[in-house]
Design a binder for this molecule. Sequence first.
Ligand SMILES: Cc1cc2nc3c(=O)[nH]c(=O)nc-3n(C[C@H](O)[C@H](O)[C@H](O)COP(=O)(O)OP(=O)(O)OC[C@H]3O[C@@H](n4cnc5c(N)ncnc54)[C@H](O)[C@@H]3O)c2cc1C
Length: 376
Amino acid sequence: MNYEVGILGGGLAGLSLSIRLAEAGLSVALFEKQDYPFHRMCGEYLSLESLPYIKRLGVDPFAHGAQRIDELVLSAPSGRSLSQMLPLGGFGLSRYCLDSLLAERAKSLGVKLFTKTQVLDITSSEQHRHLIHTHNQGEVVVALAIGTHGKRSNIDAKLKRQFYSKNTPYMAVKHHIRIQNFPSNQIALHNFKDGYCGFSRVEDGLYCLCYLTTRQNQKAFKTIKNMEQNLLSQNPFLKQIFEEAEFVWDKPIVINEISFEKKTLHENSVLMCGDAVGMITPLCGNGMSMALHGSMLLADLLLAEQAQAGRVVFSHQLAQNYEKIWNKHFAMRLRVGRSIQRFFGSEKLSDYLVRFFSRTPMLGRQLIQLTHGEAF
Ligand SMILES: Cc1cc2nc3c(=O)[nH]c(=O)nc-3n(C[C@H](O)[C@H](O)[C@H](O)COP(=O)(O)OP(=O)(O)OC[C@H]3O[C@@H](n4cnc5c(N)ncnc54)[C@H](O)[C@@H]3O)c2cc1C
């Protein structure tokens, strides 16, 4: 099995890249360890900056129940809160829906989707020849390999990426819920001690409730349920949600070891894209747009290379060009995201932030703009 490009991971970065490359006639294999459709960790609020690109990829989120969101509600653990119109706004659509629509589109363009296929390793047997070792498809040969395997994967361990060996304190939990009498145009960010919780509408009358906290918190409260009832519910907004909501899944999705470090853009001649390069803190609500935008920039570079040289392979020049353009668009956003993260989850600081931005809404809007980009 030989392909011009092998894409390792089928989230937004991998799927969108595969669509662009297949549209241009390249033979593309995409490896995804899960099977579409599936639920994954994500707050499911997507900034409007990426809507033109998603449509260009052949998917219209609003034809599948996406909900327009234009107002931010921010609350401190004490219940002090502010609401503010968002400069650009966004929409809510589950990843269950969005990713599977993109996967269908990729398949219709001839992308070979290896689903339920975990990549175990990537080796280079000779120049411009990568062997992708899988758990159930043997070895697949590709000329160019691209890592779109998300924030943390066994692939990072195999490639001995530095961040992988460092423990992080963060964990995340996600529910889908039904609840009456909540507006559908709001994204809420409710703080609690050592954590914050995003809450917004997706399709089919559902809401996504997704929070980031520390493993220490979970250890102290022993179970997720106990932590939600006794810690998150100290915030009156969250208390109301946990008391009134109908939880749709038997169990929430839970993940550990979330790292916000910037990572390398390539490793052993494998180019990286999406969260595999670096993840912005979820409170910015912009990771999905960054994954899509980064993938668009990489697709443009690869297609220019294809037009000029008649093939796409790894080269140091290509890697340098990618690094330059990636840093230009995203380095600042990651830095700002990391800096403001410390205000969230702290009872005093988040209370201060709510009071400060209530008095100076203009500054709040400017801060949001610093972590977002132009429509693309
Ligand atoms: C708690 C939390 C809340 C968030 N909320 C938001 C939000 O509201 N809005 C927003 O814009 N962003 C949000 N984000 C960020 C957003 O989810 C990510 O930035 C985005 O999903 C990155 O896309 P990706 O394609 O790079 O990675 P992913 O979507 O993670 O996709 C990676 C894929 O690779 C697959 N994979 C991994 N290893 C292998 C392997 N060895 N073999 C085969 N397949 C493999 C995985 O199964 C996965 O499908 C949030 C993140 C977190 C943690």
